[in-house]
Design a binder for this molecule. Structure first.
Ligand SMILES: [Zn+2]
Length: 350
């Protein structure tokens, strides 16, 4: 089995919601459940050995994807900006779930690639605390210091929503990612501070202008944790060839997003999406950037994924499809783990 360390999941969101509904999140992760995508038993079956686990603040105003028109086109407006104080409460509650899972031995919260490798060797899920949109952090970045001390090692300045640090891309098809301004002054300062502390900057969800703003500021490889190729699926969340070339140039990576809306040529939210669409994106990314710059970023617990994968227990079906498409052991180890470990080691100043 090819162990997978994956660049994006929303299991903390699901567990936080479970807790709010009266379910013990530790028991749900350890014993397993039938809903959602990730828990300990299903991760074990699928060889999902760990990943970046997002602290994500849900929208407070009702937010739903716009239904596609007769051509399959849709353009969902950006979600409304969030207030800071309630966002901080949610972020603390999700971080608390992450810390308590670690304390209970349900997973290991990792702060170095040595800790990730040790967890992989021990067969314990290796979680890295990630923040997807920094609404919980104020311009003074004091909260960033505290979240860092609690284990935060990766963040995206924005989700598909604007905040004090920058501008996000809407969910729209077909639509270029060049939808508006990029980083604010506070956003540039956030990037420099993350470089200094050793926090990975994630470019998923940011506008194309924001991507270039980070690119000219950061001293680290460029990383999009869960995005695909715009040339194959022209959705605003995917990356143009120019962006892919810049990622290659920096020796960064793109984590393949399993979200069907970002895999299918027609952009439709249809779980009956063949594994060949996933392979097609991996092939394209590898052709454009080389084998060292392509990895996985499932978006488990955050998106509609192909029915054939189903949940984390089906992860090896993708590995098998890639093997069937001609990827050998060394290439698969890079796609499944080693490329992530390389960029994390760099971002974390190891
Ligand atoms: Zn996302």
């Amino acid at each position: 089995m090819e162990l997978v360390f994956d660049g994006h999941n929303d299991v903390l969101l699901r567990l936080w919601r479970a807790k709010a509904a009266g379910t013990d999140p530790i028991a749900e992760f350890v014993d397993g459940t039938s809903h959602g995508h990730i828990d300990g038993p299903r991760a074990k079956v699928g060889g999902l050995a760990g990943g970046l686990c997002a602290i994500y603040i849900p929208n407070t105003v009702d937010f739903a994807l716009k239904a596609p028109d007769a051509h399959g086109h849709y353009a969902t407006p950006l979600a409304e900006p969030l207030e800071r104080a309630p966002s901080l409460d949610v972020a603390l509650a999700m971080a608390s779930v992450a810390v308590n899972l670690d304390r209970a031995g349900a997973w290991r919260l990792c702060r170095s690639t040595d800790e990730i490798r040790a967890a992989l060797d021990a067969g314990i899920f290796a979680a890295v605390m990630h923040m997807e949109g920094c609404e919980a952090i104020g311009e003074d970045l004091a909260a960033l210091d505290v979240f860092y001390a609690a284990g935060l090692r990766s963040l995206g300045p924005v989700w598909s929503r604007n905040n004090i640090f920058g501008h996000g891309v809407p969910f729209a098809y077909p639509m270029t990612p060049d939808t508006g301004p990029g980083l604010t002054d506070a956003g540039f300062e956030l990037v420099r501070t993350c470089n200094r502390l050793g926090i990975l900057i994630d470019l998923a969800h940011i506008t194309e202008q924001g991507f270039w703003d980070v690119a000219k500021t950061t001293d680290q490889p460029l990383v999009a944790s869960h995005s695909n190729a715009y040339a194959l699926t022209p959705v605003a969340r995917n990356l143009t060839d120019r962006q892919l070339d810049a990622i290659k140039e920096s020796r960064g990576l793109v984590g393949l997003n399993y979200a069907v809306t970002m895999l299918r040529a027609d952009g439709r939210d249809d779980a009956e999406t063949p594994l060949s669409d996933m392979v097609r994106h991996v092939d394209y990314l590898v052709e454009r950037m080389g084998i060292d710059c392509v990895a996985l970023g499932s978006d488990y617990d955050g998106a509609t994924i192909p029915a054939e994968i189903g949940d984390a227990s089906g992860t090896q079906k993708l590995v098998a499809a890639l093997r069937g498409a001609g990827y050998g052991d060394e290439e698969l180890s890079k796609i499944c783990r080693e490329n992530w470990l390389r960029v994390l080691a760099s971002a974390w100043h190891e």
